[in-house]
Ligand binder design. Structure first.
Ligand code: AMP
Length: 430
């Protein structure tokens, strides 16, 4: 045997025992996003590298250190998407979606790629669900998208979360703050990491995002942006807080929540786990307003707000996950000769919508019955020479331990009726 290969570090296989938990989160998100009027968009996993420099911004950890970038055989500089917003905005501009409706609401889900140091809750391939709402600059839609995030997380059964909220202000507040931050940081220059010493000249706001412990220690006492907001920024923030209160969403105003990504303006929020299940990776959802991004990617002046959340972290926080799916019926050949007839019968049942498993290896009756019990199926269907000759089957309820003989004609409906009755009675027992 050759040496076994392993998956790329930080990139995980999702095995059948885990996939029902994944599916529940994904289907739940689709349902909630659609309930809020969002339509699904699917963009390629690979984008031109330049897209991320222009949106997330050069000088950020993501763009400088974490992207999986490569040159393909046609000499194109390409990157595996590190997040969803840049791609969605690119598609929004490319297909002129802004010309179709005044307000466009899009949601997405899928894998993202960042070459971070793998840890619990931090992977190199991870999965995000997210939304972007275009065309409304008002604070009420900020509240609406936060409400979607909160209600979805609640329905997914994620306990102990807190919404952290801040306002970054518009461009004026941001540049005034940048000067103040630079003035504060300059005397601490030598305590900063080499990267942040460079950022101090280029874009000091980036330092606030740094994951380096030395940078974080310095940043802890930095001035906050709140004092630099102008009247319009303040009114927007106040209206947002009021709307959230009406929607019953408690928030923590967190003036230290500032991100150096180029595209954020005004509203910024993060939803965090309040216990230590996730350790340092306690953010489950990040989002905010990015009113300048559409224009900077070649579109019209069009405000936007959105969020993204990571599914791996939600799975780590969920106290319990749905059980793996089980078949309705497990079909058993009493002797190996019955297998071709049994397979044809099973095909019929499957075409009628039943989920049916079968072991066609020709094992003993006992071994097949053991597999039927283990499969979690409620019913076993047995076909022996007698039954085959009479166009009948034996059906055994594996919970009630009772058997009966049923005709092969109309079998799917008869099995469905028994499954429904069994489900109804186990519901009343609960
Ligand atoms: P961000 O795009 O960095 O704001 O991230 C949004 C959300 O995606 C975070 O709150 C996490 O839930 C998730 N996330 C980001 N990076 C990773 C990662 N490397 N591994 C797992 N989840 C991640």
């Amino acid at each position: 045997m050759g040496q076994a290969l392993r998956a790329v570090r930080g990139m995980n296989d999702i095995l059948p025992a885990q996939s029902s938990g994944w599916r529940a989160l994904e289907q739940g998100f689709r349902a909630w996003a659609e309930r809020y009027g969002f339509g699904e968009i699917r963009t390629p996993l690979v984008e031109p590298t330049a897209l991320f420099g222009r949106s997330i911004g050069d000088g950020t950890d993501i763009v400088d250190k974490e992207m999986y970038s490569f040159v393909d055989k046609g000499e194109h500089a390409l990157t595996l998407r590190p997040e969803g917003t840049a791609s969605v905005v690119r598609a929004f501009v490319q297909h002129k979606l802004y010309a179709l409706e005044p307000v466009t609401k899009l949601y997405y889900l899928g894998p993202m790629y960042r070459r971070e140091r793998p840890a619990r809750g931090r992977y190199r391939q991870f999965h995000q669900v997210g939304v972007e709402l275009f065309g409304d600059a008002g604070p009420l839609v900020d509240a609406e998208v936060i409400d979607l995030a909160v209600r979805y997380l609640e329905a997914a059964g994620i306990p102990r979360l807190a919404v952290h909220l801040n306002s970054l202000g518009g461009p004026a507040a941001r540049s005034a703050y940048e000067i103040a931050l630079k003035t504060y940081l300059t005397p601490h220059r030598t305590s900063l990491s080499a990267d942040s010493q460079r950022r101090l000249e280029l874009n000091p706001l980036r330092i606030l995002d740094s994951k380096d412990p030395a940078d974080q220690a310095v940043v802890q006492h930095a001035p906050t942006l709140t004092a630099f907001l102008d009247d319009t920024d303040r009114a927007h923030f106040a209206a947002l807080q009021e709307a959230l209160a009406r929607l019953d969403i408690p928030v923590v105003h967190d003036p230290k929540l500032v991100r150096g990504l180029d595209y954020y303006s005004r509203t910024l929020f993060e939803i965090r786990a309040t216990d230590d299940t996730l350790g340092a990776q306690n953010a489950v959802c990040g989002g905010g307003r990015y009113d300048a991004l559409v224009q900077s990617l070649g579109g019209p002046d069009c405000p936007a707000v959105g969020f993204a959340m990571g599914l791996e972290r939600l799975l780590l926080l969920q106290p319990s996950q749905p059980a793996p799916t089980t078949p309705d019926v497990f079909a058993v050949a009493v002797s190996p000769d019955e297998r071709p007839t049994l397979l044809a019968l099973v095909q019929q049942l499957r075409q009628h919508g039943l989920s049916v498993d079968v072991d066609l290896r020709g094992q003993s009756l006992k071994s097949q019955m053991r597999r039927a019990d283990k499969s979690g199926a409620r019913l076993a269907l047995l076909l022996g020479a007698d039954e085959a000759a009479a166009s009948a089957v034996q059906v055994r309820d594996l919970v009630a331990q009772q058997s009966e003989r049923l005709a092969q004609s109309g079998l799917a409906a008869a099995l469905r009726a028994r499954l429904d009755a069994a489900a109804a009675s186990s519901d009343t027992e609960r």
